[in-house]
Design a protein. Structure first.
Length: 97
């Protein structure tokens, strides 16, 4: 579980990132979750864009992505989800205490 200070730090780090995944009409599926897990292992912090044609509620999508990838939901702003998961091999981000 992330503290408020850690979430604030991660939001600042994610500000300059561009979304690398999109959730569209099909919603969240297993293949997408596997790809996002791989991206989280490589990058630790990613953005996911929810498209306007997505039939699920944005809060449901954000929760499904976080639970399906065992990651932390850092932020849901507009239709953009920011996810964080500490990498086991490529640790890059040092969280504040």
């Amino acid at each position: 579980m992330l503290t408020g200070k850690q979430k604030r730090f991660l939001r600042a780090e994610a500000h300059h990132l561009t979304p690398i995944f999109q959730v569209g009409k099909g919603g969240v599926n297993e293949q997408m979750l596997r790809q996002i897990e791989d991206a989280l292992e490589a990058r630790e912090l990613i953005k996911v864009r929810i498209l306007d044609n997505c039939e699920m509620d944005k809060h449901e999508v954000a929760e499904a992505l976080a639970e399906g990838t065992n990651s932390e939901l850092v932020q849901l702003i507009g239709l953009t989800v920011v996810l964080y998961k500490e990498s086991t091999k490529n640790k890059r981000i040092q969280l504040p205490k």
